[in-house]
Design a protein around this ligand. Structure first.
Ligand SMILES: *[C@@H]1O[C@H](CO)[C@@H](O)[C@H](O)[C@H]1NC(C)=O
Ligand SMILES: *[C@@H]1O[C@H](CO)[C@@H](O)[C@H](O)[C@H]1NC(C)=O
Length: 322
């Protein structure tokens, strides 16, 4: 009897750890210099624009915030603001209904970054567009205060890295979009996140072109088995994450006007910002195969919506440094 009671208690507590915790959508606006957020419905359904204004998260200190990323485990918010001289980090906390940030800190110096991503280990990957580099600040470097980033890929050694825009990362790979240089440089590129003996000898060895369909692309996100990315005007594309040599790119939507960042909620919905429509849209992304002309529904209104990230407040590990 005693044993079954303990088991029940654990099972109930475990539910919060499996996706039923409170989530928030966080959105940047370079047009206003602000970051704003909206709370997801408690029942786990996707966010729907219902006339409620997003709440302000950050209203001063940033100049032109574009890409954003959130480390759920450490409660860290990263902001790529190319008009600052570095990559900015804020501690992020939730009381269940609202979000707030603490004081900001520069975690990478002397970079001009517009896109940032964080992997499950807290390592932060970002692009430096003018120098065509993909850079990293590891969780350990952040804790130690080391602000000179590691170079993962340098465009002078990698032909398929040219004025990088959006980045995404998992614990094994980094993905980037090029804003110049297609078709030679390609559109969507995947590289090993960590050097192997082969990539140390030859920087192009760990790099693979996944798509070469558009000249200038902005935002990329990983959603289960697929990758989604946006171009300069109108289009959202999807490609299978396991794509190797012959890649079929699907145009998921041509109905956007200036799509920018995208983010997956971890439960089958992808959000995409449109800075011209001043809105964030959503669609069911757990599709296999990818479906062209997918209907997008409005999820939120925000002037100049650009970068997106989802914060799942249930994942914070109290023991980790903030
Ligand atoms: C940001 O920097 C760019 C390029 O230097 C400049 O054109 C733009 O006016 C700046 N934006 C703001 C809001 O300061
Ligand atoms: C580097 O790797 C690429 C891709 O694997 C290969 O095509 C190229 O020949 C290699 N270059 C050298 C100098 O080994």
């Amino acid at each position: 009897m005693r044993t079954s009671c303990v088991f029940l208690a654990l099972a109930v507590q475990g539910a919060a750890g499996f996706g039923e915790s409170q989530k928030f959508l966080v959105v940047s606006s370079p047009a206003t210099g602000h970051l704003a957020y909206a709370k997801f419905p408690a029942d786990g359904s996707p966010l729907a624009a219902d006339g409620q204004a997003m709440k302000t998260l950050i209203k001063s200190g940033l100049v032109f915030p574009q890409g954003i990323a959130i480390d759920n485990h450490r409660g860290r918010l990263f902001v790529a603001d190319p008009n600052q001289t570095g990559l900015v980090m804020y501690p992020l906390t939730s009381n269940g209904d609202t979000l707030s940030v603490g004081g900001s800190k520069i975690i990478a110096d002397n970079v001009q970054t517009r896109a940032v991503s964080v992997d499950g280990l807290g390592n932060v990957v970002f692009s430096d567009e003018p120098t065509s580099r993909i850079l990293r600040v590891s969780a350990k470097m952040i804790d130690e205060g080391t602000t000179v980033p590691e170079v993962i890929y340098d465009g002078s050694a990698v032909p398929s890295l040219k004025s990088p825009g959006g980045v995404a990362s998992d614990n094994y790979f980094v993905y980037w979009l090029n804003k110049a240089g297609a078709p030679q440089a390609g559109t969507l590129i995947r590289g090993l996140q960590y050097a192997t003996a082969e990539t140390i000898r030859n920087a192009t060895a760990g790099v693979q072109m996944l798509a070469n369909n558009a000249l200038k692309c902005y935002g990329v996100c990983i959603a289960g088995g697929n990758l989604f990315y946006t171009d300069e005007t109108a289009k959202l594309y999807g490609v299978n994450r396991a794509a190797t040599s012959r890649h079929v790119v699907t145009t998921i939507s041509s109905q956007l006007q200036a799509p920018r960042g995208c983010a997956h909620d971890g439960a089958g919905t992808v959000y995409v910002a449109d800075k011209t429509q001043n809105a964030v849209f959503q669609f069911a992304a757990n599709m296999d195969p990818l479906e062209p002309n997918t209907a997008l529904a409005k999820a939120a209104d925000l002037q100049g919506a650009f970068g997106l990230a989802i914060f799942d407040a249930g994942y914070i590990s109290p023991g980790l440094l903030r």
